[in-house]
Design a protein around this ligand. Structure first.
Ligand SMILES: [Ca+2]
Ligand SMILES: [Ca+2]
Length: 386
């Protein structure tokens, strides 16, 4: 786990957050709450770290947008060289871009960039994204697909991320980046399936340190507890790997909350499911229990909010682990797994688990020191749903 890019890691210490609108029984059991309003997080003092935070509209105020840093189809996305780019006129390649890859390019009306994109699948959704800043105040960035303008955006003085989604009409198309009304600097361009963006781009070294060691205990109760959060998936019928919403534990024993929304393979047990899973190791034995399985995800609409509350409880006398998952306020699964050991947690991750990013906006994250009841799970859902 420590070799992976950790998105958010929470180290452990004891605190509680007041939250008047919660039912009283929940307020008493609340260990911490994160409203995802700003970059530092409300819980920075107790070890919550955000790696390259981005924001989107949350279920209340801001939410954290956590996506996979993938560059699938463009060459030289960081402008480290001119490979793949067709230079119209004389766009400049400079060293004023992101902190970890300063190489970037400038475009204006006469001097701009094109790239031929191959291996597109006709009828499939794609997302072009790039960071951009206006060097000439008021200048805009036009993004074209073949001869069609997808968007014309107005970047600010600092780098911001801009996206243009499109449905491929041909297996090969040309993307164009052109400045309008002055010079625009671009960096970290990419084209992904559906919608992702380059979280690896960091303007001016703002990325917080990645931490993968412990600092005490107490931000959650490893023996029994609950995690509640809202999420808005950007999956758009994507296939492939799962999307990690949360996970905690150590290398051998852990819980994970993950989605597998592959609508083309409804028969596979891992597909079209939201899983609140458990995997345990005790001595030489591995206990890879099945998991909580939600209603099929293919019925969900893209980019709509859902609430999930998950419970965990070790029952050492019965040598069992109990898990429950509430989805949008209703019990989706209640399972028990055989497990004779105990868990010594090392990490608590939000928005990422074992290779899969959430690819979603997350908001109103709460951790309780005991499992929530059915009434409380519904109350948590109603709190923001109404
Ligand atoms: Ca919020
Ligand atoms: Ca770059």
């Amino acid at each position: 786990m420590r070799h992976l890019s950790l998105f958010i890691l929470l180290s452990f210490s004891i605190h509680a957050t007041a939250a008047e609108e919660l039912p009283e029984t929940l307020t008493k059991s609340l260990l911490w709450r994160e409203s995802c309003e700003n970059e530092k997080t409300e819980n920075v003092a107790r070890g919550l770290k955000l790696n390259s935070p981005r924001f989107d509209k949350g279920v209340s105020g801001n939410g954290w947008l956590i996506e996979q840093p993938n560059a699938d189809l463009l060459s030289s996305r960081d402008f480290d060289d001119k490979a793949g780019w067709i230079l119209i006129g004389t766009p400049e390649f400079r060293q004023e871009g992101g902190a970890f890859s300063p190489s970037c390019a400038t475009v204006d009306g006469e001097n701009y960039l094109r790239q031929v994109v191959e291996k597109l699948q006709e009828g499939k959704s794609y997302c072009f994204s790039t960071y951009a800043r206006a060097e000439t105040p008021g200048s805009r960035l036009r993004i074209l697909l073949d001869k069609t303008e997808l968007v014309a955006v107005a970047p600010g003085k600092e780098f911001g991320r801009f996206t243009a989604t499109f449905t491929a009409a041909y297996p090969v198309s040309t993307i164009t980046l052109q400045g309008v009304g002055g010079t625009v600097v671009v960096d970290a361009a990419q084209i992904d399936y559906s919608c992702t963006f380059p979280t690896s781009f960091v303007p001016k070294g703002r990325r917080s340190n990645q931490i993968n060691e412990l600092k005490g205990e107490g931000n959650f109760n490893p023996k029994r507890g609950a995690l509640s959060l809202w999420f808005k998936p950007h999956w758009m019928g994507e296939t492939g790997m799962g999307y990690g919403l949360a996970g905690f534990g150590n290398d051998g024993t852990y819980f994970f909350l993950r989605a597998y929304p592959d609508k083309d393979e409804p028969a596979h047990v891992w597909k079209n499911r939201l899983l609140w899973g458990f995997r345990g190791k005790a001595g030489e034995e591995t206990y890879s229990g099945a998991s909580c399985v939600s209603p099929p995800l293919q019925e969900w609409q893209n980019r709509e909010w859902h609430h999930v509350a998950v419970n965990w409880e070790f029952l050492p006398e019965e040598k069992l682990v109990r898990t429950e998952m509430y989805l949008d306020g209703k019990l989706a699964s209640d399972r028990k797994f055989i497990f004779p050991g105990v868990m010594v947690p090392e990490t608590f991750l939000l928005g990422y688990w074992h290779g899969g990013y959430a690819n979603a906006v997350m908001d109103e994250i709460m951790v309780f020191d005991r499992p929530v009841t059915a009434e409380e799970a519904e109350a948590l859902f109603r709190l923001r749903a109404e």
